[in-house]
Write a protein that binds this ligand. Structure first.
Ligand code: ADP
Ligand code: MG
Length: 250
């Protein structure tokens, strides 16, 4: 098991951002972490990457524990945070060399070349990060997450704000990475999960409301009385499934 989350709660004042959340991610799986804004996705990811302590509960990544092995655990993870802490005045290549230095990589030049090629940043590598389009900034974000060849990728809304072409490219890139790594990615778009993931975990108000393989979704939607999008269509109405599961508490 790559990621084990056990009874994690995070309380801000009186609000439970996460309430007794438990799930696991197998090695090599691509799992979509889905939920409306404010559901607790980013909070969970910050806890898994050991940037934020939980109020209670345990997390381990590749057998390393967030409480006791925080530094070693971070080395196993490539993390794209929701607000990329980028330096707009740094040049793409300069920034990636800087990140390679932080990781104390031995072959820094090669590592930078490799991620630039992998994320197709060749043409933009000599531009300042602040001058890039959002799609290319996301690629820089992915490049910095991949540079130390981590076993696990935690990607917080990697596709939000991209245009349709950029979306397809980033999805392909994530799928490619998923072949050799464990990936947990967050989004609030159900179709996104269907396009990229093996499994979906849906979170609402800090609690998990679904944890299922994508190929099971059709049967589950039918059981819940959700009809196919069009008659005789294989497509289930994923939007409706998501909305049914994440309705506001009244
Ligand atoms: P998501 O990423 O799913 O949109 P978040 O994890 O960012 O959700 O937030 C979950 C909930 O926790 C939200 O209600 C948010 O307002 C709250 N929250 C997040 N960070 C803080 C904080 N530092 N202080 C207080 N409340 C917070
Ligand atoms: Mg978020």
């Amino acid at each position: 098991m790559s990621i084990i989350v056990k009874n994690v709660s995070k309380v801000y004042g009186k609000q439970y951002a996460l309430n007794q959340v438990s799930f696991e991610v197998n090695k090599g799986e691509i799992v979509g972490f889905l939920g409306p804004n404010g559901a607790g996705k980013s909070t969970m990811m910050k806890i898994i990457t050991s940037y934020l302590p939980p109020t209670s509960g345990d997390v381990s990544v590749c057998g390393l524990d967030i409480h006791n092995d925080s530094l070693a655990l971070r080395k196993k993870i490539g993390y794209l945070s929701e607000s990329n802490p980028f330096y707009p005045d740094m040049y793409v290549r300069e920034f990636l060399e800087f990140i390679a230095g932080i990781h104390h990589l031995k072959n820094r030049k090669e590592a930078v070349e490799e991620v630039i090629a992998m994320t197709k940043l060749e043409i933009e590598q000599h531009k300042k990060i602040g001058a890039l389009s959002r799609g290319y900034r996301q690629r820089v974000g992915l490049a910095q997450a991949l540079i130390h060849n981590p076993e696990v990728l935690i990607l917080d809304e990697p596709t939000t704000g991209l245009d349709p072409n950029q979306l397809v490219e980033i999805r392909e890139l994530i799928k490619k990475c998923g072949k050799s790594k464990t990936v947990l990615l967050s989004t609030h778009i159900m179709q996104e999960v269907e396009a990229m993931c093996d499994r979906v975990i849906i979170i609402n108000f800090g609690e998990i409301v679904m944890n299922e393989k994508i190929k099971e979704l059709k049967d589950i939607a039918h059981e819940m009385g959700i009809k196919d999008k069009k008659q005789n269509s294989e497509q289930i109405d994923l939007e409706q499934l998501f909305q049914t599961l994440t309705r506001s508490k009244k």
